[in-house]
Design a protein around this ligand. Sequence first.
Ligand code: MN3
Length: 203
Amino acid sequence: MFKPKPLKAPYDAYAPQISKDIMEVHYEKHYAGYINNLNNALSQYPNFFSCSISQILEEIEEVPEDIRTAVRNNGGGAINHEILWETLSTDRTKIHEGTLKQVVEKNFENWEKFIQQFKDAALKLFGSGWVWLTLDPNNKTLKILPMPNQDSPHMMKLFPLFGIDVWEHAYYLQYKNVRKEYIENFLKIIDWVAVEKRLLSVI
Ligand code: MN3
């Protein structure tokens, strides 16, 4: 069985960028629900519990057809939020000067261009989904990747470094329909040190 991963800080620690109410509902209802539904689906095929969620998603075609959609949606929902909890900061870290910045500059020319492209993609994504910064482990290139629903970059054998959740549940309680303001504020509380740690784990 998969267990929910804890947040790094209390629900109110991410305000004012993300309100306590959003963090609480997002964690306790949405995220916990994905974990629960994933466990329920996999309980018919308990061998999968010896794999990590990312391994299961990388080989999603190996998952029996009767539970594949449930695993895709809820396994994606589980791991996507785990990456979010890992890469959100309560201490307002600055852009890191090390490897992450160098790799971003190599792929996007400069940090500002990367941020602008990321914001544009997050604003443009239609409906529910996420926009990710991914690393291709084969050629070590970065890509800004919009994905619908809870689809995970792991399904495309890409490694997600961090992402923004643009489902309305992630911002509507606080920002209503003003997704642009949510995106701006969200980017102020990314833990770039944690993002760099993820990068260093695969390069
Ligand atoms: Mn969400």
